[in-house]
Design a protein around this ligand. Structure first.
Ligand SMILES: NC(=O)c1ccc[n+]([C@@H]2O[C@H](COP(=O)([O-])OP(=O)(O)OC[C@H]3O[C@@H](n4cnc5c(N)ncnc54)[C@H](OP(=O)(O)O)[C@@H]3O)[C@@H](O)[C@H]2O)c1
Length: 300
């Protein structure tokens, strides 16, 4: 098969779309023939070597944390999914013709492959964030960075739970935030004041998906520092906010099932920009730029 790969850490220029061994699913995993795989910021962080813990690269590096495709092999102990099923989910090295998934949900037939692929990481992360913050109907929540991959899904998932959502983006994405049902504010200096004005009352929780606003400013919006949760500013914990990187607090199968349901009901709509795999460098450059609207997705 072919897979996106690199043999030295670097930027998008070191990416190659070349031959690679086909992976086998282990216990509890499935393998899919990939129809689409999204680009997440973690991919260019891995590519740059910042996630390597200082270790040199041992052999080719592969990329991708989510994908959608057709099941072609089932690992030991897996039930409820069959060869030929259309699924999407999270896995490793998904930017390839075949990939192994650890968690998945059935792709609703009405949903495009690229949109389904874009939902894996963003859907799981959003469900985790909203659950840890205890967001429920009637709450007012501020999503800092609402136009990006995780942000746009978090906004719509929170709305589906009956929350009122205020979200930040650049000036260019204010209409996009309105389109997905959020009350838009422009991020940057003074953002807390703009959120307070938009909330006209209390803010119950802050989901920081961008990691750019000083955490004290976000904490000033809520009654308890722990009602601020960040996925992108890991120093925020020192100020009493909470941080999450997944792992033990992740419930991926439940999260993906919830996301699939919202996609099927059109309550979750994700804007995608697609690139063929052999133009992955362009897609990575857009993601690296930090101003993605929705998601960037690779297709074979
Ligand atoms: N901890 C975890 O479990 C976890 C999981 C997934 C992702 N992440 C991390 O979360 C971050 C976001 O991921 P993503 O996939 O959503 O990225 P993305 O798709 O690249 O989106 C980035 C968003 O950040 C917004 N932004 C830029 N500057 C901002 C600022 N000063 N204030 C508020 N928002 C700003 C951009 O809005 P404009 O386009 O309008 O400028 C853009 O929509 C990344 O660092 C990623 O690695 C962590």
């Amino acid at each position: 098969m072919r897979a996106l790969q690199f043999t030295a850490y670097g930027g998008p220029e070191v990416l190659m779309w070349g031959d690679a061994p086909v992976p086998d699913p282990g216990p509890g995993q499935i393998r899919i023939a990939v129809r689409a795989a999204s680009v997440n910021p973690v991919d260019w962080k891995v590519l740059a070597g910042v996630m390597s813990g200082g270790q040199p690269l041992a052999g080719p590096g592969y990329l991708g944390r989510d994908a959608a495709g057709v099941v072609d092999q089932i690992g030991e102990g897996v039930t409820g999914v069959f060869v030929g099923d259309d699924v999407f989910g999270r896995g490793q090295n998904t930017q390839a013709e075949y990939a192994v998934l650890d968690s998945w949900a059935t792709k609703p037939p009405s949903v495009d492959w690229a949109v389904a692929a874009a939902t894996g990481v963003a859907g799981e992360t959003s469900e985790r964030g909203l659950r840890l913050l205890g967001v429920q109907a009637g709450d007012t929540i501020f999503v800092d960075g609402g136009a990006g991959g995780v942000g746009a899904v978090a906004v719509q998932m929170a709305e589906a739970r009956g929350a009122r959502v205020i979200a930040s983006a650049s000036q260019a994405n204010q209409d996009y935030l309105r389109e997905i049902g959020a009350i838009p504010v422009v991020y940057g200096e003074g953002v807390a004041g703009r959120v307070q004005a938009a909330a006209d009352g209390r803010v119950d929780a802050v989901f920081d998906v961008a990691g750019k606003t000083p955490v004290q400013e976000l904490i000033s919006l809520v009654s308890e520092p722990s009602q601020v949760l960040s996925i992108a500013n890991f120093a925020a914990g020192q100020a009493g906010a909470r941080v999450t990187g997944g792992g033990a607090d992740s419930r991926p199968m439940e999260a993906l099932a919830e996301a699939a349901e919202l996609l099927a009901q059109n309550k979750l709509v994700i804007k995608v920009q697609t690139f063929p795999f052999d133009r992955a460098a362009e897609a990575y450059r857009i993601s690296l730029g930090g101003h993605v609207r929705g998601k960037v997705v690779l297709i074979p």
